[in-house]
Design a protein around this ligand. Structure first.
Ligand code: SF4
Ligand code: SF4
Length: 349
């Protein structure tokens, strides 16, 4: 059942202004083309259609980049199940607005009703829609019903999409990341078992191979290795998700939700990271919740995983707009493995 979230308002009675909460993880229903209006509103907030709805949306996703957005639009056929209220809209430009949303979804290769974290939805819309021509306006209008948005054809969207992502989703601030670094390191050193998601155990090896040593600004993995090299019996608990003990200072972490938005910031929002975790657990014969001494865990990793091929690196094996695509920038695993096996005396065991 669709109902309003407390504190949120529908801005007027027009269908193109709805913004509702369906109470499932605070999912917000929006019209797909509003993802593009966010860019136009950076320069001309009062000139976009439904300016209050766009301003509310911009504020909500700035505070919570992981906010789930349901991209709903009128459909009169198989996807009518997700059509918003007033879907039998009698307005003269109803066809224009329905087409506008379907053009956006078509370019994004998504079906009406798809739910995505806000950061992913906006990034994907930006990537898929290089221009609003043919979406929001058509040059010569064939009739008043197809007049389109007055901002289409001004170049506003096309300019704003070049640099606007960092304004819509400001990067984490350094003082906050430094505070999180200090508190998470303290928690790690005091823990009976250090909580780590599986795939970043391999990231730690790759970082070591690339010569990264503490102190490291972006995560606590070099410090974890320092701890394991000093105290090989350090207990490691395998957990799902971007647990703060390792990930708190990371710029890719959504602080509102404690989730990973993915290092590539493109499509996957950390989704592929979850699959990596599970692939690695399967190879190691372990499961979430298992607790092992660090030296035993790494002995198992080094024995069973001479490389990360087919576990981590995705390259372009999926289409560019796939929600699974997020290229891992990592390199150095094999080198780090060789160096650490020597360092930990694992060759001779
Ligand atoms: S041109 Fe399109 S994206 Fe820009 S404000 Fe108008 S409707 Fe929104
Ligand atoms: S990219 Fe994701 S998994 Fe990796 S350290 Fe950052 S938050 Fe953690």
């Amino acid at each position: 059942m669709i109902r309003k979230q407390a504190g949120w308002q529908e801005n007027d009675e027009r269908e193109d202004c709805y913004m509702k909460n369906n109470d499932h993880n605070n999912t917000i229903e929006i019209r797909p083309h509003h993802l593009l209006c966010l860019f136009c509103a950076l320069e001309q907030p009062a000139a976009v259609p439904a300016p209050e709805a766009i301003a509310q949306l911009a504020e909500a996703i700035r505070r919570d980049p992981g906010l789930p957005l349901a991209l709903t639009c009128r459909s009169d056929d198989s996807f009518a199940f997700q059509s918003p209220r007033d879907s039998a809209d009698p307005a003269p430009d109803a066809g224009f607005r329905q087409k506008q949303d379907m053009e956006v979804l078509f370019r994004m290769d998504l079906s009406p009703g798809t739910v995505l974290p806000a950061r992913i939805a906006v990034a994907r819309a930006r990537k898929a829609c290089t221009s609003v021509s043919g979406i929001c306006g058509y040059g010569e209008a064939t009739s008043p019903a197809w007049q389109g948005c007055p901002l289409a054809g001004t170049g506003l969207y096309e300019r704003a999409r070049e640099t606007g992502m960092d304004t819509i989703f400001p990067p984490r601030d350094n003082p906050g990341m430094e505070r999180d670094k200090a508190s998470s390191l303290e928690a790690m050193r005091a823990a009976a078992a250090v909580r780590v998601r599986p795939h970043i155990l391999l990231c730690a090896v790759a970082q070591y191979g690339r010569g990264i040593r503490p102190p490291f600004k972006d995560d606590n993995l070099p410090e974890l290795f320092q701890l394991i090299l000093e105290r090989p019996e350090t207990r490691i608990e395998l957990v799902g998700g971007a647990d703060a003990m390792m990930c708190a200072p990371c710029g890719a972490r959504c602080t509102a939700r404690g989730t990973c938005m993915g290092p590539g910031f493109v499509n996957s929002g950390g989704l592929f990271n979850e699959l990596k975790d599970l692939r690695i657990l399967q190879i190691l014969g372990l499961t979430f919740g298992d607790v092992l001494p660090g030296c035993d865990l790494y002995r198992r990793i080094f024995e069973r995983m001479p490389t990360t091929v087919n576990t981590c690196a995705l390259e372009r094996s999926v289409p560019e707009l796939s929600v699974w695509w997020d290229p891992c920038p990592c390199g150095g695993y094999e080198k780090g493995r060789t160096e650490l096996m020597r360092e930990m005396g694992l060759n001779s065991r």
